[in-house]
Design a protein around this ligand. Structure first.
Ligand code: GCU
Length: 429
């Protein structure tokens, strides 16, 4: 090696930053080190006017905020296209006879290409259409219930959280692995349906330059979009959720006007974006969605904009990378993402040990979305007035249209979380 290059490398290794190579700052978990910040006001228009009527929110301000999230955070998605669906299997006595289980293939066709995702649907044994939850799953529909009839995903699958992998191919070994996150019997017993889709069927979760999965179907359309604003994977998954809702709306066993969208972690970021962009979702649930989801970016606590964009360059649009380590420059923050859901019901759940997702930032986003709910004539967080303090662990806030809890424990969806979602759904769906 050339001696000068060697010397430079040595200095670089010994003194981080000495060569002007940006080192990502260590994740901050100290509340005292959260930077001072000023949040963009959801109720002040771009022109500086105060929004003082529901009409002005709906016709002017909401659209401004949505545009900023499209252009600077998640990217622009194509207009809806028609979908086809086909029921591929039915079990009229699933879940010990309590439910009907159906598997459907949902196909989106465009320009000679097509994309098919499998949707697994459970409904209780009743003649009347039921309200339902719709959510993406991480490992395949076959992981939701240990039922040998549920098909394995046909395409790309991710490594499991314990690091094990089937070589990007699903095997029966994962069957029933995610039952704790999907308490189907509890949901059925409470009178709700459940529809779930493996997220990798809609868009594989790796950085391929926005080319595979749903992005491939719309490649020519994406060419017409400013490269900084092209849709990332979160927008792609959310688009898939909306196409699934098209199918559920036409389903005789489901009441399409009472569908909740839910997701955990990156899929919680996705459910928020789906709820923001598609007002047909009557209830939106974010479980431990953190940075890019319910957490305020400006707090830079735990995961930051820079970290998420570097680790997952395909989740957001390219413009979002402009704000790495520059959160204060973002024209929006994530309380406004929650406000985009108003006046519909929204529930944000955090977990005590999930500091990476910034539980306090998630609570504060709900708190700062509250004025929009109130302007629209509904209760926001906590009923007649929002609580000043974050609630203690396991003390859910279930009054008002914004629900929130901090569960004891780690980054997961648990039956405790579902209990709260079901209670909230009983009130708002
Ligand atoms: C990572 C990522 C988070 C994300 C999570 C998940 O931890 O940093 O932003 O929510 O993965 O989706 O599991």
């Amino acid at each position: 090696m050339n001696r000068i290059v060697f010397l430079l490398l040595l200095i670089g290794a010994m003194v981080p930053g000495a060569l002007g190579i940006a080192q990502p700052p260590a994740a901050n978990y100290d509340e005292a080190k959260v930077p001072a910040y000023e949040l963009p006001d959801p109720l002040i228009t771009a022109a500086g006017a105060a929004v003082d009527s529901p009409k002005q929110w709906q016709e002017e301000r909401r659209g401004e905020i949505l545009e900023l999230f499209r252009g600077q955070v998640f990217g622009r998605s194509p207009d809806p296209v028609e979908v086809e669906h086909r029921v591929v299997s039915v079990d009229k006595a699933a879940i010990g006879g309590k439910a009907v289980r159906r598997e459907m293939d949902v196909t989106i066709r465009r320009g000679g290409r097509s994309l098919t995702f499998a949707m697994l649907v459970y409904t209780p044994q009743t003649d009347a259409p039921v309200p339902a939850f719709l959510g993406l799953n991480f490992q395949g529909n076959h992981t939701v219930e240990p039922d040998p009839a549920i098909r394995l995903p046909a395409g790309w699958v991710r490594a499991r959280d314990d690091g094990s992998t089937d070589g990007n191919r699903a095997t029966d070994g994962g069957r029933g692995n995610s039952v704790s996150a999907w308490p189907v019997e509890m949901i059925i017993d409470r009178g709700y349906g459940l529809a779930t889709i493996y997220y990798g069927d809609i868009d594989p979760d790796f950085d391929d330059g926005f080319e595979n999965g749903i992005h491939a179907l719309f490649a020519d359309w994406a060419e017409s979009i400013d490269p900084g604003q092209r849709w990332g994977s979160i927008a792609g998954w959310a688009y898939g959720l909306s196409r699934a809702l098209d199918v559920l709306e036409a389903d005789p066993l489901i009441d399409g006007s009472r569908v909740a969208v839910l997701g955990h972690s990156r899929l919680g970021k996705t459910s928020l974006w789906a709820g923001a962009t598609d007002e047909r979702f009557k209830f939106v649930i974010s479980n431990n969605s953190g940075c890019g989801g319910a957490a305020l970016s400006r707090r830079a606590f735990g995961e930051t904009v820079g970290r998420i964009n570097r680790s997952f360059p395909h989740w957001f649009c390219k413009n979002h990378h402009e704000y790495n380590e520059m959160e204060s420059q973002l024209p929006v923050d994530h309380h406004q993402l929650i406000a985009l859901i108003a006046p519909r019901a929204v529930y944000v759940a955090s977990a005590t040990a999930d500091r990476w997702a910034d539980p306090k930032g998630e609570f504060l986003a709900c708190f700062h979305a509250d004025p929009v709910y109130r302007l629209l004539g509904t209760d926001g967080l906590g009923g007649s007035a929002p609580p000043e303090e974050m609630p203690a662990a396991d003390q859910p806030i279930l009054t008002g249209r914004i629900g929130y809890h901090l569960r004891s424990g780690g980054h997961a969806v648990t039956p405790y979380d579902w209990e709260q979602y079901l209670t909230f759904a009983d009130r708002h769906l």
